[in-house]
Design a protein around this ligand. Structure first.
Ligand code: NAP
Length: 232
């Protein structure tokens, strides 16, 4: 039986976009085109979650530690009665997680990996003591993952920081509640650099409608938050 949406954590996503809607270069290199203010906003949004979620490629490309490198934000969380930093969650169908990644070298919150039985035995062994593995036969069931985060780990809000492949999968399953976007004053051009939902490909099953919640301009950037309007 499918979990009722009310039993799932809410999912907020956060991306930086160029004015032509690109989130990275065509080679999907590290996306570092936003300002220091945006990078701090990313930490603020991250700090609002019980878990921070990324796809394997973003984790690798950005060499993310996925922690909150701001004592004030950590203190704010503790004052709210939650752990200083959110759980760190990585999704990978292939299981090709690098056990030596920065993610596992920094002593932040626990790491959870949602993957499949395709993960090599050597990787599973190397991740022992570094991450909790949730391995499924077949593919990763994102709704099931969210359900597990809620029921086993008490997660009520997930902050997803990409990438586009993961976002597209979440949107296809109608699992996204909030979209945070930073519009950066750059134009990449071309059609190979990915957008919010990846490279050129099929349309989503249905157009996603959003309600504008906040819009703030700081310096040369525009910070926008949308609420996803769920179909009736
Ligand atoms: N501008 C921004 O704000 C922003 C934010 C995030 C990322 N980026 C950029 O985006 C680029 C990476 O894009 P991407 O689409 O490749 O990143 P991604 O979504 O982080 O990673 C894709 C990988 O994540 C795993 N994955 C995603 N959805 C899955 C699902 N439903 N089930 C199982 N596994 C799933 C798969 O791993 P396996 O291959 O292991 O199966 C897949 O190959 C980088 O250049 C990065 O810098 C930009």
């Amino acid at each position: 039986m499918e979990t009722a949406p009310s039993q799932l954590p809410e999912v907020a996503v956060n991306f930086a976009l160029t004015w032509d809607g690109r989130i990275s270069t065509r080679n999907r290199t590290r996306a570092d085109f936003s300002s220091p203010r945006d990078k701090h906003r990313l930490l603020e949004i991250r700090a609002s979650g019980d878990a921070v979620l990324v796809g394997r490629i973003t984790q690798e490309t950005e060499q993310m530690g996925m922690g909150i490198a701001d004592p004030a934000l950590q203190a704010g969380r503790v004052a709210r009665g939650v752990a200083p930093e959110p759980l760190r969650v990585v999704v990978s169908g292939s299981g090709r997680i690098d056990p030596n990644a920065r993610l596992f070298q920094s002593g932040h919150a626990p790491v959870l990996v949602f993957s499949t039985l395709k993960m090599a035995e050597a990787t599973r062994l190397a991740l022992e003591g570094k991450a909790t593995l949730h391995l499924e036969a077949g593919s990763v069931n994102l709704r099931g993952m969210l359900q597990t985060l809620r029921s086993r780990y008490g997660v009520r809000r997930v902050v997803c920081e990409g990438g586009p492949t993961l976002l597209r999968s979440l949107l296809e399953k109608n699992l996204v509640n909030e979209i945070n976007v930073t519009f950066c004053p750059l134009v990449f051009g071309g059609n190979e650099a990915p957008t919010l939902t990846g490279g050129p490909g099929p349309f989503l099953p249905a157009a996603m409608e959003c309600r504008l919640e906040t819009m703030e301009t700081i310096g040369k950037e525009c910070f926008v938050r949308y609420q996803v309007v769920k179909p009736q």
